[in-house]
Design a protein around this ligand. Structure first.
Ligand code: 13P
Length: 259
Protein backbone atom coordinates (compact mmCIF):
# COMPACT_ATOMS: atom_id res chain seq x y z
CA UNK A 1 0.00 0.00 0.00
CA UNK A 2 1.04 3.61 -0.46
CA UNK A 3 2.77 5.99 1.90
CA UNK A 4 -0.61 7.54 2.63
CA UNK A 5 -2.25 5.91 5.64
CA UNK A 6 -4.89 3.54 4.26
CA UNK A 7 -8.43 3.81 5.54
CA UNK A 8 -10.89 0.93 5.52
CA UNK A 9 -14.41 1.91 6.44
CA UNK A 10 -17.45 -0.24 7.20
CA UNK A 11 -20.63 1.31 5.83
CA UNK A 12 -23.38 -0.62 7.59
CA UNK A 13 -26.06 1.31 5.69
CA UNK A 14 -29.46 0.64 7.34
CA UNK A 15 -28.39 -2.41 9.34
CA UNK A 16 -27.88 -3.14 13.06
CA UNK A 17 -29.85 -1.55 15.89
CA UNK A 18 -27.88 -0.18 18.84
CA UNK A 19 -27.79 -3.49 20.72
CA UNK A 20 -26.52 -5.38 17.70
CA UNK A 21 -24.03 -2.56 17.16
CA UNK A 22 -22.60 -2.98 20.67
CA UNK A 23 -22.21 -6.74 20.19
CA UNK A 24 -20.57 -6.18 16.81
CA UNK A 25 -18.11 -3.62 18.17
CA UNK A 26 -17.07 -5.82 21.09
CA UNK A 27 -16.66 -8.80 18.78
CA UNK A 28 -14.54 -6.80 16.33
CA UNK A 29 -12.45 -5.56 19.25
CA UNK A 30 -11.62 -9.15 20.28
CA UNK A 31 -10.61 -10.04 16.76
CA UNK A 32 -8.46 -7.04 15.86
CA UNK A 33 -4.77 -7.42 16.32
CA UNK A 34 -2.68 -4.36 17.09
CA UNK A 35 -1.26 -4.66 13.61
CA UNK A 36 -4.43 -3.66 11.78
CA UNK A 37 -4.92 -0.60 13.95
CA UNK A 38 -1.24 0.26 13.68
CA UNK A 39 -1.22 0.27 9.90
CA UNK A 40 -4.74 1.30 8.94
CA UNK A 41 -7.47 3.71 9.92
CA UNK A 42 -10.33 1.31 10.65
CA UNK A 43 -13.67 3.13 10.67
CA UNK A 44 -17.17 1.98 11.64
CA UNK A 45 -20.11 3.92 10.17
CA UNK A 46 -23.28 2.74 11.97
CA UNK A 47 -26.74 4.26 11.52
CA UNK A 48 -27.41 7.36 13.66
CA UNK A 49 -29.24 5.59 16.54
CA UNK A 50 -26.18 3.38 17.15
CA UNK A 51 -23.47 6.07 17.04
CA UNK A 52 -23.49 6.77 20.76
CA UNK A 53 -23.49 3.06 21.64
CA UNK A 54 -20.56 2.33 19.35
CA UNK A 55 -18.69 5.36 20.65
CA UNK A 56 -19.03 4.33 24.30
CA UNK A 57 -18.09 0.72 23.50
CA UNK A 58 -14.96 1.79 21.62
CA UNK A 59 -13.99 4.04 24.49
CA UNK A 60 -14.78 1.63 27.34
CA UNK A 61 -12.99 -1.32 25.74
CA UNK A 62 -10.19 0.86 24.27
CA UNK A 63 -10.77 -0.51 20.79
CA UNK A 64 -8.52 1.25 18.26
CA UNK A 65 -11.27 1.90 15.73
CA UNK A 66 -12.59 5.28 14.61
CA UNK A 67 -16.19 6.38 14.47
CA UNK A 68 -17.86 7.47 11.23
CA UNK A 69 -21.32 8.66 10.22
CA UNK A 70 -23.19 7.88 7.01
CA UNK A 71 -24.71 11.30 6.38
CA UNK A 72 -25.06 14.81 7.80
CA UNK A 73 -26.86 18.10 7.22
CA UNK A 74 -24.83 21.24 6.50
CA UNK A 75 -26.43 23.62 9.00
CA UNK A 76 -25.31 23.71 12.64
CA UNK A 77 -28.89 23.77 13.94
CA UNK A 78 -32.37 24.89 12.96
CA UNK A 79 -35.82 23.81 11.83
CA UNK A 80 -34.76 20.75 9.81
CA UNK A 81 -36.93 17.92 11.07
CA UNK A 82 -35.19 14.57 10.89
CA UNK A 83 -31.73 15.94 10.18
CA UNK A 84 -28.49 15.65 12.17
CA UNK A 85 -25.92 18.47 12.29
CA UNK A 86 -22.11 18.44 12.02
CA UNK A 87 -21.52 19.75 15.58
CA UNK A 88 -23.75 16.98 16.96
CA UNK A 89 -21.56 14.41 15.23
CA UNK A 90 -18.29 16.12 16.19
CA UNK A 91 -19.35 16.16 19.84
CA UNK A 92 -19.94 12.40 19.69
CA UNK A 93 -16.37 11.84 18.60
CA UNK A 94 -17.24 11.16 14.97
CA UNK A 95 -14.09 11.49 12.86
CA UNK A 96 -15.29 10.56 9.37
CA UNK A 97 -18.53 11.37 7.56
CA UNK A 98 -19.63 9.65 4.35
CA UNK A 99 -20.99 12.27 1.97
CA UNK A 100 -22.78 11.77 -1.33
CA UNK A 101 -23.14 8.02 -1.33
CA UNK A 102 -24.77 6.92 -4.59
CA UNK A 103 -27.76 5.59 -2.64
CA UNK A 104 -28.34 9.12 -1.33
CA UNK A 105 -27.80 10.58 -4.78
CA UNK A 106 -30.22 8.12 -6.41
CA UNK A 107 -32.87 7.70 -3.72
CA UNK A 108 -32.80 10.92 -1.68
CA UNK A 109 -32.14 13.72 -4.13
CA UNK A 110 -28.51 14.38 -3.22
CA UNK A 111 -26.83 16.61 -5.82
CA UNK A 112 -23.28 17.80 -6.42
CA UNK A 113 -24.32 21.09 -4.84
CA UNK A 114 -25.66 19.56 -1.61
CA UNK A 115 -22.63 17.27 -1.46
CA UNK A 116 -20.43 20.37 -1.55
CA UNK A 117 -22.40 22.04 1.26
CA UNK A 118 -22.05 18.94 3.42
CA UNK A 119 -18.33 18.57 2.69
CA UNK A 120 -17.67 22.18 3.68
CA UNK A 121 -19.66 21.75 6.90
CA UNK A 122 -17.86 18.52 7.81
CA UNK A 123 -14.48 20.16 7.28
CA UNK A 124 -15.53 23.28 9.22
CA UNK A 125 -16.20 21.05 12.22
CA UNK A 126 -12.85 19.28 12.07
CA UNK A 127 -14.08 15.96 10.68
CA UNK A 128 -12.93 14.16 7.55
CA UNK A 129 -15.35 13.71 4.65
CA UNK A 130 -15.45 10.45 2.72
CA UNK A 131 -16.80 11.77 -0.57
CA UNK A 132 -18.39 9.08 -2.72
CA UNK A 133 -18.16 9.32 -6.49
CA UNK A 134 -18.75 6.84 -9.27
CA UNK A 135 -20.25 6.29 -12.68
CA UNK A 136 -23.41 4.41 -13.64
CA UNK A 137 -23.25 1.40 -15.97
CA UNK A 138 -24.58 3.55 -18.80
CA UNK A 139 -21.90 6.20 -18.25
CA UNK A 140 -19.24 3.53 -18.18
CA UNK A 141 -20.50 1.89 -21.38
CA UNK A 142 -20.17 5.13 -23.28
CA UNK A 143 -16.67 5.79 -21.94
CA UNK A 144 -17.74 8.55 -19.57
CA UNK A 145 -16.24 7.24 -16.32
CA UNK A 146 -13.39 9.70 -15.91
CA UNK A 147 -15.46 12.68 -16.97
CA UNK A 148 -18.16 11.74 -14.43
CA UNK A 149 -15.90 11.24 -11.42
CA UNK A 150 -13.85 14.31 -12.26
CA UNK A 151 -16.98 16.46 -12.30
CA UNK A 152 -18.23 14.96 -9.02
CA UNK A 153 -14.93 15.43 -7.22
CA UNK A 154 -14.41 18.98 -8.48
CA UNK A 155 -17.90 20.01 -7.39
CA UNK A 156 -17.60 18.29 -4.01
CA UNK A 157 -14.51 20.24 -2.96
CA UNK A 158 -15.37 23.65 -4.36
CA UNK A 159 -14.43 26.31 -1.79
CA UNK A 160 -12.68 23.82 0.51
CA UNK A 161 -9.17 24.91 1.66
CA UNK A 162 -6.38 22.93 0.00
CA UNK A 163 -5.09 21.62 3.33
CA UNK A 164 -8.50 20.12 4.10
CA UNK A 165 -8.68 18.59 0.63
CA UNK A 166 -5.28 16.99 1.24
CA UNK A 167 -6.55 15.19 4.33
CA UNK A 168 -9.94 14.22 2.87
CA UNK A 169 -10.98 10.84 1.50
CA UNK A 170 -12.67 10.05 -1.80
CA UNK A 171 -14.41 6.70 -2.22
CA UNK A 172 -14.52 5.62 -5.83
CA UNK A 173 -17.64 3.44 -5.97
CA UNK A 174 -18.93 2.53 -9.42
CA UNK A 175 -22.71 2.50 -9.03
CA UNK A 176 -23.02 -0.77 -10.96
CA UNK A 177 -20.58 -2.50 -8.58
CA UNK A 178 -22.46 -1.73 -5.36
CA UNK A 179 -24.12 -4.81 -3.91
CA UNK A 180 -23.93 -6.67 -7.22
CA UNK A 181 -20.88 -8.90 -6.80
CA UNK A 182 -19.41 -7.26 -9.90
CA UNK A 183 -16.30 -5.10 -9.78
CA UNK A 184 -14.03 -3.33 -12.21
CA UNK A 185 -10.62 -4.92 -12.58
CA UNK A 186 -8.10 -3.64 -10.07
CA UNK A 187 -6.21 -2.04 -12.96
CA UNK A 188 -9.37 -0.20 -14.02
CA UNK A 189 -10.08 0.98 -10.49
CA UNK A 190 -6.48 2.13 -10.18
CA UNK A 191 -6.72 4.14 -13.41
CA UNK A 192 -9.88 5.87 -12.20
CA UNK A 193 -8.32 6.53 -8.78
CA UNK A 194 -5.39 8.14 -10.55
CA UNK A 195 -7.74 10.29 -12.62
CA UNK A 196 -9.40 11.42 -9.38
CA UNK A 197 -6.02 12.28 -7.86
CA UNK A 198 -5.01 14.21 -10.98
CA UNK A 199 -8.26 16.16 -10.90
CA UNK A 200 -7.71 17.05 -7.24
CA UNK A 201 -4.15 18.15 -8.02
CA UNK A 202 -5.44 20.34 -10.84
CA UNK A 203 -7.97 22.27 -8.74
CA UNK A 204 -6.39 22.20 -5.26
CA UNK A 205 -2.65 21.93 -5.97
CA UNK A 206 -0.05 19.17 -5.95
CA UNK A 207 0.00 18.70 -2.18
CA UNK A 208 -3.73 18.06 -2.10
CA UNK A 209 -3.44 15.63 -5.00
CA UNK A 210 -0.61 13.77 -3.30
CA UNK A 211 -2.26 13.73 0.11
CA UNK A 212 -5.88 12.88 -0.57
CA UNK A 213 -6.74 9.23 0.02
CA UNK A 214 -8.76 7.43 -2.63
CA UNK A 215 -10.60 4.28 -1.59
CA UNK A 216 -12.22 1.69 -3.80
CA UNK A 217 -15.78 0.58 -2.96
CA UNK A 218 -18.30 -1.81 -4.54
CA UNK A 219 -18.54 -5.56 -3.82
CA UNK A 220 -15.31 -5.59 -1.81
CA UNK A 221 -14.90 -9.02 -0.17
CA UNK A 222 -12.26 -10.94 1.77
CA UNK A 223 -11.25 -12.62 -1.49
CA UNK A 224 -10.69 -9.47 -3.56
CA UNK A 225 -9.69 -6.64 -1.21
CA UNK A 226 -6.00 -7.44 -1.58
CA UNK A 227 -6.13 -6.91 -5.35
CA UNK A 228 -7.45 -3.39 -4.90
CA UNK A 229 -5.57 -2.05 -1.91
CA UNK A 230 -2.16 -3.25 -3.08
CA UNK A 231 -2.46 -1.01 -6.14
CA UNK A 232 -0.53 2.23 -5.82
CA UNK A 233 -3.04 5.05 -5.69
CA UNK A 234 -5.78 3.00 -3.97
CA UNK A 235 -5.61 3.84 -0.27
CA UNK A 236 -8.14 1.49 1.25
CA UNK A 237 -11.76 0.51 0.80
CA UNK A 238 -15.34 1.42 1.63
CA UNK A 239 -17.14 -1.81 2.42
CA UNK A 240 -20.87 -2.48 2.57
CA UNK A 241 -22.16 -6.06 2.74
CA UNK A 242 -18.87 -7.65 3.79
CA UNK A 243 -18.64 -5.32 6.79
CA UNK A 244 -21.89 -6.45 8.42
CA UNK A 245 -20.42 -9.42 10.25
CA UNK A 246 -17.56 -8.57 12.63
CA UNK A 247 -15.74 -11.85 12.05
CA UNK A 248 -15.85 -11.35 8.28
CA UNK A 249 -14.83 -7.70 8.57
CA UNK A 250 -11.85 -8.65 10.77
CA UNK A 251 -10.80 -11.21 8.13
CA UNK A 252 -11.14 -8.57 5.46
CA UNK A 253 -8.88 -6.19 7.39
CA UNK A 254 -6.28 -8.91 7.70
CA UNK A 255 -6.54 -9.75 4.02
CA UNK A 256 -5.99 -6.08 3.18
CA UNK A 257 -2.70 -6.10 5.09
CA UNK A 258 -1.50 -9.37 3.59
CA UNK A 259 -2.41 -8.13 0.10
P1 13P B 1 -21.16 -3.38 -1.09
O1 13P B 1 -19.79 -3.59 -0.48
O2 13P B 1 -22.25 -4.08 -0.38
O3 13P B 1 -21.14 -3.59 -2.57
O4 13P B 1 -21.49 -1.81 -0.87
C1 13P B 1 -20.54 -0.89 -1.23
C2 13P B 1 -20.94 0.44 -0.69
O5 13P B 1 -21.89 1.04 -1.17
C3 13P B 1 -20.17 0.97 0.43
O6 13P B 1 -20.51 2.30 0.66
Amino acid sequence: MSERRPVIAANWKMHHDHLAAIRYTQELGYRLSGEEAGRLDVVLCPPFPALRSVQTTLEADRIPVLLGAQHVHWEDEGPFTGEVSPPMLAKLGVRYVIVGHSERRQLFGETDETVNRRVRAVVRHGMTPIVCVGETAEERDRGGTVERVRAQVTAAFEGVPAAAVASAVVAYEPVWAIGTGRTPTAADAQATAEAIRDAVGAFAGGNAGAGIRVQYGGSVKVGNIGEFVTRPGIDGALVGGASLDPEEFARLLRAALVG
